[in-house]
Design a binder for this molecule. Structure first.
Ligand code: SF4
Ligand code: SF4
Ligand code: SF4
Length: 282
């Protein structure tokens, strides 16, 4: 076992708190969806019921949302990744503190070697290795961040989305230590502030709450949009390029399932056992 895997397994065992569900009804594409808003939490309702993950070998029940990212389509469409990031970060009031150290990211780019370090890089394919990969929270089916959180500020809802309740977050950052993908960001500074007269949030979206200093944030899989029957903003931003697919992984007839059934895909760090819900065509 290498050092990084040993460290990950150790951190992931910080807490044995079970994965929890949430009452928000997110029925994408059914047209009768609605979302409840417990605890004044903007990103999601507060967790209320313990989830019951299917035992190994059992047929999956309920929804499990997932995403497929076709990296070659992004490579063939320069600027498309930036368009997706802009759509996400603008809508969710993601602050830009102007430096890497304090960076808050819900969706960002990463070279192949960093995104998929467990893959062999011997005599590498130069196209793949020159490509940037869009990465985000993997909404893991077995999320170590959820197990590590002492306040249930992060939880898995009944549709398989790993959510944040910003009001419950005490900023302990256990979830950040537990996530092996760097998918969570911590607000070291006040996102509502400014520097030299330039606000950290350039264009405020009044329909989504801003966060406070000391709170962790990350991609929500656009859960509130799903509740309205809409696709995630990043997926929508790809238009008809076929660069991203989204849907219920447990529905064999969903677009995302059909793509997975017909294309060779990989996940990030699958050996860690987190079961990511984001897949890549390379
Ligand atoms: S990618 Fe990280 S933050 Fe997202 S669910 Fe997995 S462990 Fe949690
Ligand atoms: S920083 Fe917030 S979400 Fe993360 S483990 Fe602590 S309380 Fe939970
Ligand atoms: S799914 Fe939504 S929140 Fe997540 S990266 Fe895409 S646009 Fe951002």
């Amino acid at each position: 076992m290498d050092n990084s895997r040993r460290k990950f397994l150790k951190i992931a065992g910080i807490s044995a708190v079970a994965t929890v569900g949430a009452p928000a009804a997110l029925n994408l594409l059914t047209g009768n969806a609605h979302a409840s808003s417990g605890h004044g939490a903007p990103q999601a309702a507060a967790p209320a019921a313990h989830g019951a993950p299917a035992a190994h070998g059992e047929a999956p029940t309920g929804k499990r949302y997932g995403m497929v990212i076709d990296a070659r389509k992004f490579h063939a469409n320069p600027g498309l990744a930036e368009k997706c990031i802009e759509a996400c970060h603008t809508n969710y009031n993601v602050p830009d503190f102007g430096n890497k150290k304090d960076e808050i990211k819900w969706l960002w780019k990463m070279p192949f070697a960093n995104a998929f370090p467990e893959h062999s890089h011997y005599k590498k394919d130069h196209t793949v290795h020159s490509m940037d990969f869009l990465v985000t929270c993997n909404h893991c089916d077995k999320p170590p961040c959820v197990r590590a959180c002492p306040t249930k500020a992060t939880f898995k809802n009944k549709d398989g989305i790993v959510m944040m309740d910003f009001h419950r977050c005490i900023g302990c950052r256990f979830c950040m230590a537990a996530c092996p993908y760097g998918a969570r960001s911590f607000n070291w500074r006040d996102p509502r502030g400014s520097e030299n007269g330039v606000p950290f949030i350039k264009k405020l979206n009044h329909d989504f709450p801003t966060r406070m200093r000391g709170v962790v944030e990350k991609c929500s899989f656009c859960a509130l949009r799903l509740a309205e029957g809409k696709l995630p903003l990043c997926v929508e931003a790809t238009g008809d390029t076929g660069a991203m697919f989204f849907g219920d992984l447990n529905d064999p007839h969903s677009d995302v399932s059909k793509v997975l059934q017909s294309k060779f895909t990989i996940q990030r760090k699958p050996a860690l056992g987190t079961t990511p819900s984001v897949f890549y065509i390379i």
